[in-house]
Design a protein around this ligand. Structure first.
Ligand code: NDP
Length: 256
């Protein structure tokens, strides 16, 4: 008899950057599967709107103002989540940023900003939730990579380094915590229509058409496209899946 289950009823999920874009799309998926959601981001207005939307899905959602680059802020996030829900089962390390410049133009502080927001944050948040997941008897960590976890480009050196690093960090976490029944996987989105990529399209006028041309599915992804993989990787259905990096990209990476 199969015990496959996609239900997240009674689980608690922290989603960094859950107030918009891919994080919000994934949070909606988890909420529809029954999880309570903690939106961890900086912009209080955006977080309030996201929490209101998530709450209409029949679960409890709260916002905790968090800067994922700041260890004290991350610690406070974990404490606030435990206080509110008594457990942490799922962490999505999704908060991210990009500064589009070639390597010879990128300043050191810009390098640090991107690496800290995209990569160090995942280390800090994963480390901070570990005792809570152990206490809960297991957990699920989902780290958001990128096509630049696989491919190179001339205009995003820190972003590419951070997203390559996310895949290796995911493997380290998976190997270290498998004995605690914690699974860690990365998701590598293709080109998804969000604020981040709207900025990129403004900077690079031909980007929109290039993506349509290069993506076998012949469309941009939507934030709804990101929900299913999040539910799978957060649920018991993926209990033997760990250390992987799953593209959700309309076939973009299949072309090489
Ligand atoms: P958005 O710009 O829409 O969202 C980024 C989110 O990160 C926001 O919610 C923002 O919230 C949060 N964030 C940024 N910095 C911090 C911080 N220091 N502390 C807490 N939260 C922070 O981008 P996307 O939804 O497009 O991107 C989400 C993730 O997906 C990123 O990791 C990105 O690299 C990745 N990705 C996106 C792709 C795409 O095509 N869109 C493709 C591949 C990967 P706030 O400002 O309120 O703090």
């Amino acid at each position: 008899m199969s015990t496959t289950s996609f239900s997240l009823k009674g689980k608690t999920a922290i989603v960094t950057g859950g107030n918009g874009g891919i994080g919000f799309g994934m949070a909606c998926g988890l909420a529809d599967a029954g999880a309570n959601i903690v939106v961890a981001a900086r912009d209080a207005t955006k977080s309030k709107a996201a929490v209101a939307d998530l709450g209409r899905r029949g679960i409890r959602a709260i916002a905790v103002a968090t800067d994922v680059t700041d260890a004290a802020s991350v610690k406070a996030l974990v404490a606030a989540t435990s206080k509110e829900f008594g457990r942490i089962d799922i962490l999505i390390n999704n908060a991210g940023t990009n500064i589009r410049k070639p390597v010879h133009e990128l300043a050191l502080d810009e390098w640090h900003k991107v690496i800290e927001t995209n990569l160090t944050s995942a280390f800090l948040c994963s480390q901070a939730v570990y005792p809570e997941m152990k206490k809960a008897g297991g957990g699920k960590i989902i780290n958001i990579g990128s096509m630049l976890s696989i491919f190179g480009t001339g205009f995003a050196p820190a972003y590419g380094a951070s997203k390559g690093g996310i895949v290796q960090l995911t493997k380290s976490i998976a190997a270290a915590w498998a004995g605690d029944n914690i699974q860690a996987n990365a998701v590598l989105p293709g080109w998804i229509d969000t604020e981040l990529t709207r900025g990129a399209r403004e900077q690079v006028p031909q980007l929109h058409d290039n993506v349509l041309h290069r993506t076998p599915a012949k469309r941009w992804g939507t934030i709804d496209d990101m929900a299913g993989v999040a539910v799978f990787l957060a649920s018991p259905a993926s209990d033997f899946v760990t250390g992987t990096a799953i593209p959700v990209d309309g076939g973009f990476s299949a072309l090489g």
